[in-house]
Every structure is written in structure tokens, then in C-alpha cells.
Design a protein around this ligand. Structure first.
Ligand SMILES: Cc1cc2nc3c(=O)[nH]c(=O)nc-3n(C[C@H](O)[C@H](O)[C@H](O)COP(=O)(O)OP(=O)(O)OC[C@H]3O[C@@H](n4cnc5c(N)ncnc54)[C@H](O)[C@@H]3O)c2cc1C
Length: 282
């Protein structure tokens, strides 16, 4: 795996209320103490969080934090994507997470000039040359809509060749899924870093819902343990910390080129894993 310096990043979603925005400011201040390489802010497909994403990104950028906006293209057109790229370029943002996205139910892809993330990567490169470092998504347990694992890998390779610089994976709990995926991608010619995505465990019903939707498998032994805790949040968090800290340790020991934390806008669960890993400063 990669011998490049490791990259650590923390993901947020745009807050939906003033109160949530206030909480996010406190969260990001706590997380900034460990100096991640960057924070990222998600973007609802079809532009559903466009304003919230842009406002959150610009506020963080003004506060001096390294920030990478996510940009999903399904349901968007070239004009609106071009405007966003300009907004980010003008203030000096240099990193993007380029995605296809999933349209919210009821929203039609009709006017979309982009079908896949690879179309967006190509477009960003054509519009802005090498200005942005482009991250894309990777799926060690296979994207849920892919017909076969082999086709999904082929599509991932195509997306990297379209001009992506590095990738961040969907979260996973099966430790072998990641090194196998990286090995296959490397055999197919992808040398760029593929950073594992890490989901801290704090709430079982929410985790089960997300995992069903995004195709991340919760192994049976984990499900049974988590189900058994019922509403006992402390036990869920303690178990989640054990499982995730040991998964992260293993990934880093195997040479993973960093970690990307899906923070769910909470500082504590990510910091607890961080401190167990002895990663005082990235
Ligand atoms: C790190 C990370 C961050 C994310 N952030 C967001 C976010 O901010 N907002 C959001 O809405 N979603 C986000 N997602 C979720 C993501 O948008 C969904 O998983 C979505 O379903 C796929 O997006 P993608 O960019 O991976 O798509 P793609 O790479 O386009 O792949 C989508 C599917 O199409 C297939 N495919 C790709 N190219 C082709 C082709 N040429 N021909 C046929 N099939 C093809 C792939 O195999 C796959 O099944 C994120 C996911 C990850 C892992």
C-alpha cells in the first residue's frame, strides 16, 4: 500500500437550523485541536443542500480551517456546477469530493447532464485544470446498485482515470474488505491513495438504517451484540469504540494511507477513537 504521508479527515453534514449550526461550530472547534488534514462537508444530491453546504464550507474556510466541499452531480446541470466551482476557486479552496449522489425519492434525474461521478470528475478537470485535488468515493463491499463486483471495480478505475487524485471509501466493518479492494484496484492500475472511511458507532437503529441504504454489512456478531444493548447507549458506545479502534489500528498497521471519519457532526465518538489510536496530531 501507499508510502505517502497519511491523510486524516473529518466529515460533516450541513446543519439544518441555527441551533444545529451553533453545535457544529463547537464540534469543529473540538475536532480542529487534533489538526486533521481537512474537514469535508456533504452535499445533498440534486442540490438539496446547496446553500447549506456552501455556507458551511465558506464559514469554515473563513475561520482558517482546511475544508473540502462535497459536490454531487446527479440532477444538476453544467451551469450550476460551474458556478459552484467558481465560488470555491475564488476563495482559494483547493480540494473537492466529487460524487454522483442519490436523488431524494420523488426528484427526477431528468435535466441531469451528469450520469456518473466520472462525468463530474472529467468536467471539473476540463473547467479548472489542476486547481482542485479531486477525491472520489470507493466501495470495498461493492456499491449497492452495481450489477457485479467486477463491473463496480471497473467503474471505479474509470472514475480514477477520469482525473481523480485519491479516493475515500464507504464505511465497512469487515476488515478484509478494504485490503482486498485496494489490492484489486492496484492490480487494475490505480496507484492513488484509497483512504478508508470510518463510522463511529453511537446509535444502533440509525447505523442499521444507514448501512442497509449504503450497502455496508454489519456482521452478525456485531448486530447481535448491538441489539442486545437495547437502549443502553453507554454500552453501545463502549462496544463501538472497541470495535472501531481495533479496526482502525489494523487498517493503519496494514498501511492504509489515512482515515476519513464520518463524524455525524459529533466530536466525542471520533475523538475517542483518535485518542485510542495515539494520533495526537495528524
Ligand atoms: C466518501 C463518500 C462521501 C459521500 N458524500 C456524499 C454527499 O456529500 N452527498 C451525497 O448525496 N452522497 C454522498 N455519498 C454517497 C454517494 O453519492 C452514493 O453512494 C451514490 O450512490 C454513488 O455515488 P458515486 O459518486 O460513488 O457514484 P458513481 O461512481 O457514479 O457510481 C454509482 C454507480 O454507478 C455505477 N457506474 C459508474 N460509472 C458507470 C458507467 N460508466 N456505466 C455504468 N455504471 C456505472 C457504479 O458501479 C455504481 O454502482 C458519499 C459516499 C462516499 C463513499
Amino acid at each position: 500500500m501507499s508510502s505517502e504521508p497519511r491523510t486524516f479527515s473529518f466529515e460533516f453534514f450541513p446543519p439544518k437550523s441555527d441551533e444545529a449550526a451553533q453545535k457544529l461550530r463547537a464540534t469543529r472547534a473540538r475536532l480542529a485541536v487534533v489538526a486533521p488534514d481537512f474537514f469535508s462537508v456533504t452535499y445533498g444530491a440534486g442540490g438539496s443542500t446547496r446553500e447549506g453546504t456552501v455556507n458551511t464550507v465558506l464559514e469554515m474556510h473563513r475561520a482558517g480551517l482546511p475544508v473540502a466541499p462535497h459536490l454531487s452531480c446527479i440532477g444538476s446541470n453544467q451551469t450550476s456546477i460551474r458556478q459552484l466551482l467558481q465560488t470555491y476557486q475564488e476563495v482559494g479552496i483547493r480540494r473537492l469530493v466529487a460524487l454522483r449522489g442519490d436523488l431524494p425519492s420523488g426528484m427526477a434525474a431528468g435535466s441531469s447532464q451528469f450520469r456518473y461521478a466520472s462525468d463530474l470528475v472529467e468536467f471539473v478537470r476540463a473547467q479548472t485544470d489542476r486547481w482542485f485535488h479531486i477525491e472520489v468515493a470507493a466501495y470495498p463491499e461493492v456499491h449497492p446498485q452495481a450489477r457485479t463486483a467486477a463491473e463496480d471495480l471497473g467503474n471505479f478505475v474509470r472514475k480514477m482515470r477520469a482525473g481523480a487524485d485519491s479516493a475515500i471509501t464507504q464505511y465497512f466493518f469487515n476488515p478484509d474488505a478494504y485490503p482486498r479492494f485496494v489490492e484489486q484496484a492496484q492490480r487494475a492500475g490505480v496507484q492513488a491513495p484509497i483512504v478508508p472511511g470510518v463510522m463511529p458507532i453511537t446509535n444502533y437503529s440509525q447505523l442499521a438504517r444507514f448501512s442497509d441504504a449504503c450497502g455496508a454489512e454489519i456482521p452478525r456478531w456485531m448486530r447481535r451484540r448491538l441489539e442486545g444493548y437495547g437502549d443502553d447507549r453507554d454500552s453501545i458506545r463502549a462496544f463501538g469504540l472497541e470495535v472501531m479502534a481495533s479496526l482502525c489500528e489494523r487498517l493503519l498497521a496494514q498501511g492504509a494511507p489515512g482515515l476519513h471519519f464520518y463524524t455525524m457532526n459529533l466530536a466525542e465518538p471520533t475523538l475517542a477513537i483518535w485518542s485510542r489510536l495515539g494520533l495526537s496530531q495528524a
